[in-house]
Design a protein around this ligand. Structure first.
Ligand SMILES: C[S@@+](CC[C@H](N)C(=O)[O-])C[C@H]1O[C@@H](n2cnc3c(N)ncnc32)[C@H](O)[C@@H]1O
Length: 300
């Protein structure tokens, strides 16, 4: 969670959260989203939930807990919205974009030339927050693989938070965000606001047309996608999961990754201790399988 911005609960007539109430929310959030909140997150949880409790006129966390259970899906979604951390940037982790542009893209272009791969690229931004990640992918993919050369780019972008998805679908940012975007992508893919939109930028029609947003809880089974992805970005999401839920999510992500596909995670995350499901290509970029290719068995 980001740092608490709400007034202290006692200033709002809300009784401070008890250890028991914190455990109830901790279990519920873990069960629903796979997100494990350590005891250190108690004040932040208290701040975030008290904002919603004020709207509902509730004064105890126990009452809000029961409201969440009774109201079903809608209030559960709001609860998860309140606890998720949504920090994101354009072209976050520049070394990964360098890997794409210098290593992977030339390889794909060569293979397509030789007729060994279709001119179609599918990417998934899993945990896309307010959209900077999938739009960054769209800019770099469309720049290197334009439709005028016969390429087709499709990007799926999913998140647990409906609040973030709403922002991603209305992709307008303050102009300061241009500092995060490499200059060669700005002109072709971003619109600059004038008059009432002065000081803002908006994702242009070309990148908007290749990104599709959907709500998806990575902790739930049955991802509604068909066909494998060449790239899966699941960055700075698994950091909030414990080992067990991380394993489950990783298995599901790998089922959606094509045999030659690449999985990207955040630099503060690690997949060590998760068996030989993946092998590292460069730090934070993985492919399916152990350290040896499938042709080598353990037996001599
Ligand atoms: C810190 S942001 C990272 C955004 C982007 N991937 C990046 O690296 O800039 C983490 C995102 O993961 C989402 N998230 C957390 N748990 C999730 C879950 N169980 N299923 C889907 N998304 C989840 C949050 O809502 C949040 O938008």
């Amino acid at each position: 969670m980001e740092n608490g911005e709400s007034p202290a609960p006692e200033e709002t007539g809300i009784r401070p959260i008890t250890d028991r109430e914190f455990s109830l929310f901790q279990e519920l959030i873990y069960k629903e989203a796979g997100i494990y909140l350590s005891g250190a997150k108690k004040p932040l949880l208290e701040g975030r939930l008290s904002r919603r409790m004020r709207e509902l006129g509730l004064h105890s966390f126990n009452a809000y807990y029961h409201r969440v259970l009774e109201q079903g899906e809608a209030e559960r979604v709001r609860l998860l919205d309140a606890v998720s951390t949504n920090e994101t940037h354009f072209f976050r982790e520049p070394l990964q974009f360098e890997f794409l542009e210098r290593r992977l893209f030339p390889e794909w272009a060569r293979e397509a030339e030789l007729g060994r791969r279709p001119r179609k690229i599918r990417a998934w931004s899993a945990g896309c927050s307010s959209g900077e990640e999938p739009y960054s992918l769209a800019m770099t993919l469309l720049f290197h693989f334009p439709s005028t050369s016969g390429w087709n780019v499709e990007i799926f972008a999913t998140d647990l938070s409906t609040r973030m998805l709403e922002r991603a679908r209305n992709p307008i940012w303050p102009i300061e965000k241009t500092k995060e975007i490499p200059p060669q992508y700005l002109k072709p893919f971003m619109l600059r606001g004038t008059r009432s939109q002065e000081g803002k930028i908006k994702a242009g029609p070309e990148i908007r047309s290749v990104v599709r947003f959907d709500r998806l809880n990575l902790n739930e089974d049955g991802y509604p996608f068909s066909g494998p992805f060449d790239l899966i970005f699941c960055r700075n999401v698994l950091i909030y999961f414990d080992t067990e839920s991380k394993k489950r999510v990783l298995d599901r992500l790998l089922r959606s990754l094509s045999p030659a596909g690449h999985l990207f995670i955040g630099h503060a995350e690690s997949l060590t201790g998760l068996g030989d499901r993946v092998r590292s290509v460069i730090p934070t970029v993985y492919m399916k399988g152990g350290s040896e290719s499938a042709e080598w068995s353990k037996k001599s």
